[in-house]
Design a protein around this ligand. Structure first.
Ligand SMILES: [Zn+2]
Length: 367
């Protein structure tokens, strides 16, 4: 009897828990999956075999880890919190099971952006006002990025419910210009998330593994050498415009090879070229024949302008302010689908080049 006590057949669990785990295989699998992901994440490919846990999980590891992506919806963060714990407000934080989450709310400060031609999601970091710092939620995400651990990605579309949309891993982080909740320009973190089927590494697509292998875990600082794209006077605007263009051009020269990385590189470069064009436009439609643009502004206080490549030909070429133009919604529609679009595009290409040259040359005093 004493030797049996020494072996501890209940494995340290109270009898009721031990009984549950030894008779309910689903409960045992759920417990095993949670322990695995919480304490052994990222899970090496042969870990389940090596530990014998594959017998307990029996191929059910993706279903055992609750909640299952796409299976739960909550109308607000309070009901989500009541079901899963964690915290109720911030964009980045764990649930009560300790697994890290990011929350992207299209109606709130943490909207996400999908990177075109990829499955990747751009998620802006933690911190509502002022420059974002590597503290709090940002620091936690940086740790997950360095350790290549999966996080949960929650998303709330416009007018919709919170949904646990997917597991994801962080494949890149940037420091970019953005606007805070007081509508002031600031430097903020842009996290690039790649959705994955589960936190188990052997389910991750080869493309995601390649992105993770290339990631340096360093911040790519897109704001380096630039200033906020807002200016107090024309000579200040010229200076800031030139700095943004120089940053775009220096990154054009760095060729990054791999296809998905090239796409994200171009996406961020193009975002910076847009900021330069908006600075150049100074709140006005750049079509010289514009018949009038809306006086209203966006929720972030920006004029309603759409920045685009002047034509499809330019789109295939450079993401550079000299081939891009800021237009009001009406002029943008004419340029894109009006019957006079070809003549207009030709004219606007000359306008974009002219405006770019005007701001690119040194100011000559006395002229
Ligand atoms: Zn216009």
């Amino acid at each position: 009897m004493s030797s049996l006590d020494a072996i501890d057949p209940a494995a340290g669990f109270p009898p009721v828990i031990h009984n549950l785990l030894s008779t309910q295989t689903d409960v045992l699998a759920q417990a095993a999956a949670l322990v695995l992901v919480r304490f052994f994440n990222p899970i090496a490919d042969d870990f389940l075999q090596a530990t014998g846990l594959h017998e307990i999980l029996a191929g059910r590891e993706m279903e055992a880890l609750l909640p299952i992506p796409g299976s739960v919806n909550y109308s607000n963060r309070t009901t989500l919190w009541e079901a899963h714990g964690g915290q109720r407000v911030s964009g980045i934080g764990p649930l009560e099971d300790g697994l890290m989450c990011v929350f992207a709310d299209e109606e709130g400060p943490h909207a996400d952006r999908r990177i075109p031609d990829t499955n990747l999601i751009e998620y802006r970091g933690d911190g509502l006002v002022g420059h974002q710092r590597m503290t709090g939620g940002n620091q936690q995400l940086a740790n997950y990025q360095a350790e290549k651990r999966a996080i949960r990605y929650w998303h709330k579309p416009l007018g919709g419910d919170w949904e646990f949309e997917s597991w994801a891993v962080i494949v890149e982080r940037r420091y970019v210009w953005g606007k805070d909740t007081k509508k002031n320009w600031r430097r903020e973190y842009a996290w690039v998330l790649a959705p994955v089927p589960s936190p188990f590494r052997d389910t991750w697509p080869a493309e995601v593994l390649a992105l993770l292998a290339e990631d340096t875990h360093q911040t790519r600082d897109d704001t380096l050498g630039t200033e906020a794209p807002v200016a107090a006077n024309p000579s200040d605007a010229r200076e800031r415009y030139q700095r943004l263009c120089a940053s775009v051009e220096s990154r054009e020269r760095q060729n990054s090879g791999r296809s998905t990385r090239t796409v994200t590189e171009r996406y961020f470069r193009s975002a910076q070229a847009r900021l330069a064009v908006l600075l150049r436009a100074d709140g006005r439609c750049e079509n010289p024949k514009c018949a009038g643009q809306p006086n209203d502004v966006t929720d972030k206080g920006d004029p309603i302008l759409e920045v685009d490549h002047v034509n499809e030909l330019a789109r295939g070429g450079r993401d550079h302010p000299s081939t891009m133009i800021a237009l009001c919604p009406n002029c943008h529609a004419i340029k894109t689908r009006g019957s006079t679009r070809r003549a207009l595009q030709k004219e606007l290409l000359g306008v974009a080049r002219g405006l770019h040259l005007q701001l690119s040359t040194r100011e000559v005093l006395g002229l």
